[in-house]
Design a protein around this ligand. Structure first.
Ligand code: CU
Length: 255
């Protein structure tokens, strides 16, 4: 008898949890009721490079022996990160148009960029407008971080070994070149977005934009050397749409 009662209790609890989950799914399916503007659709896919991948540029760190010492072997540039089957890394894939006047909360956690072995990590960072950007110098040598934006306030800060600075960008910009005035080979990019629907591809070339409201969008893929590709898409409620971007070795837009 006691056993049957507890079974019934478990069944009731299960139904309560299930109905709670349904109501959550229901609210995210209707972006007009959702103040954060997020939805339950998704956009995923892969970026590939077709043709012979350009040779890596070798970086000479001999002007600062502490930098050279941090690497066991040769250091090469991160501009062309090509994985299996032409998968292309360090590409920023993002929604460039179609979100209307939705606004999105800025994450309270900072984005972190590290200077390690006299190389920026990640080589391509993507952050939100007004999100804190923490730049960490993990080396024993002095660095400087000097982004050169076209649409934002320029900043230029010295960073003694082991120090950290915090900064931000107020406006959307894809993407801001970043230098270190001490080490001329140190180059990276920061893409700044006013919404959360962006991704930077890794060596597998894949991207996955979640919680996208259904709608019609312009989607772009940006690469520092190969330029920008554009596609128009439509996603319906609950849909996980798959698209690919293919940059070609010939006739490519070099920026
Ligand atoms: Cu440096």
């Amino acid at each position: 008898m006691k056993h049957a009662l507890s079974l019934r209790l478990i069944a009731v609890l299960f139904m309560l949890v299930a109905s709670f989950e349904n109501s959550r799914a229901g609210s995210s399916a209707a972006p007009s009721n959702n103040p954060s503007g997020s939805g339950n659709s998704a956009l995923m896919g892969r970026v590939r490079f077709e043709g012979a991948a350009p040779a890596h540029t070798r970086i000479n760190m001999s002007t600062d022996p502490s930098c050279a010492k941090a690497h066991a072997g040769a250091v090469v540039s991160d501009d062309f990160v090509v994985g299996n089957d032409g998968a292309l890394g360090n590409v920023v894939v993002f929604i460039s148009d179609g979100l209307g006047d939705r606004s999105f909360d800025v994450p309270s956690a900072p984005a972190v960029i590290e200077q390690k072995g006299c190389v920026y990590q990640p080589h391509v960072a993507a952050v939100r407008a007004n999100q804190k950007i923490k730049v960490v110098n993990s080396d024993n040598t002095i660095h400087n971080i000097h982004p050169v934006p076209a649409n934002n306030r320029e900043w230029n800060k010295a960073e003694p070994g082991g120090s950290t600075i915090e900064e931000s960008f107020a406006r959307e910009e894809i993407a801001i070149p970043v230098k270190c005035n001490v080490h001329p080979w140190m180059r990276s990019y920061i893409a700044v977005f006013k919404h959360p629907f962006f991704a930077v591809t890794g060596k597998d070339g894949s991207f996955d934009l979640r919680d996208l409201p259904p709608g019609e969008y312009t989607v772009k893929a940006w690469h520092e050397k190969l330029g920008t590709m554009t596609q128009k898409i439509k996603v319906v409620p609950g849909e996980s749409k798959t698209i690919d971007f293919v940059f070609k070795a010939s006739g490519r837009p070099i920026s």
